[in-house]
Design a protein around this ligand. Structure first.
Ligand SMILES: [Zn+2]
Length: 324
């Protein structure tokens, strides 16, 4: 993501912070106007704090007594304040700033200096809006999935009709979303020809997980290898997307097999798939290739990972819905 886009997001954070601070000032002012005694109490508590600090600087040997005295007086004032607030049904937290994200206080960063999950999500949302996928997700999600599009009659030599088959796949995908954070949950490999619902289901999963606040990165295989080649051979500084290939909660690689395969793509693909298995991050891969094609086209170690117990392989079939 470009610096410009990150700046745009951070300026929205600044606006949010200012808005929250203004609201806090307004809330305090409202309460002070209605109950001047509360303002007096707050001023008193502030003054007592200053007096205590000065006294401690003058006579540190008396620290215990000075502190006790301060505590006794402020406790009394605080109790009086709470009772006025309660009597008038005002929240005792009325003077607290109400941030939309309490973790980072609308700064986008947590105490350790790392990005807050809300900022990570904003960056992904931005990436989505840039790639136009967010509009697709409004149309293509679990709520709009239309089972009736799938024929309920036998298809070739398949045991189930396309409708029965997609119904089973749909339930596995819903299970995948529900159990997404479980270690035991497998990644998904969708295979089958074009136009039988693979990309639609990918969008369903992406939307459901984005709504759960998960970080989802969607890339076609061609785009993913373009990014990897840019970093490896042209020193492109697309490091954020590169990191997300490993860090995102869900990585979706759409249309695997449409890229030009060579030693470089083989080794990068293995690295991504294998690393994500090792750090228990889920991946969804869709491809028009059959398992046999995958075996012919990619390294054995890629084939063995994709066809291992870490991946649930789902076969899509039926008539091309796009041609209907
Ligand atoms: Zn946050």
């Amino acid at each position: 993501m470009s610096i410009q886009h990150i700046k745009e997001i951070l300026s929205i954070y600044e606006q949010k912070r200012r808005k929250a601070e203004k609201l806090q000032e307004k809330n305090i002012q409202n309460v002070y106007e209605r109950f001047p005694r509360i303002e007096t109490i707050d001023n008193e508590i502030r003054k007592l704090g200053l007096i205590m600090t000065k006294s401690l600087l003058k006579s540190s040997s008396n620290a215990q007594a000075i502190f006790e005295n301060y505590k006794q007086r402020t406790d009394q004032l605080s109790l009086e304040k709470i009772s006025i607030l309660k009597e008038n049904s005002i929240s005792i937290h009325f003077s607290k700033i109400s941030y939309s994200c309490e973790y980072c206080k609308d700064t986008g960063f947590v105490n350790t200096g790392k990005k807050c999950s809300c900022l990570k999500q904003q960056l992904i949302n931005k990436a989505y809006s840039l790639s136009n996928l967010s509009t697709v997700l409004e149309k293509e999600n679990f709520n709009t999935f239309d089972l009736s599009l799938f024929a309920d009659v036998a298809h070739g030599a398949q045991h189930c009709s396309p409708r029965q088959n997609i119904l089973e796949i749909l339930s596995i995908c819903e299970h995948f979303v529900m159990n997404f954070s479980k270690v035991s949950q497998e990644s998904l490999l969708f295979f089958g020809p074009t136009g039988v619902g693979k990309t639609f289901l990918i969008n369903c999963i992406a939307k459901a997980l984005l709504d759960k606040g998960k970080i989802v990165l969607y890339l076609t295989a061609i785009k993913m290898f373009e990014i990897l080649e840019g970093i490896r051979f042209h020193a492109t500084k697309d490091k954020k997307i590169y990191d997300l290939l490993f860090d995102s909660d869900l990585l979706i690689i759409d249309d695997l097999g449409t890229e030009l395969t060579n030693a470089f793509t083989n080794s990068e693909l293995f690295n991504i798939i294998n690393t994500r298995i090792l750090i228990n991050k889920k991946t969804v891969i869709s491809t028009n290739l059959t398992p046999e094609d995958i075996k012919d086209r990619y390294d054995d170690r890629i084939f063995s990972r994709l066809l291992s117990s870490k991946y649930c392989c789902l076969k899509f079939y039926g008539d091309d819905l796009r041609a209907m």
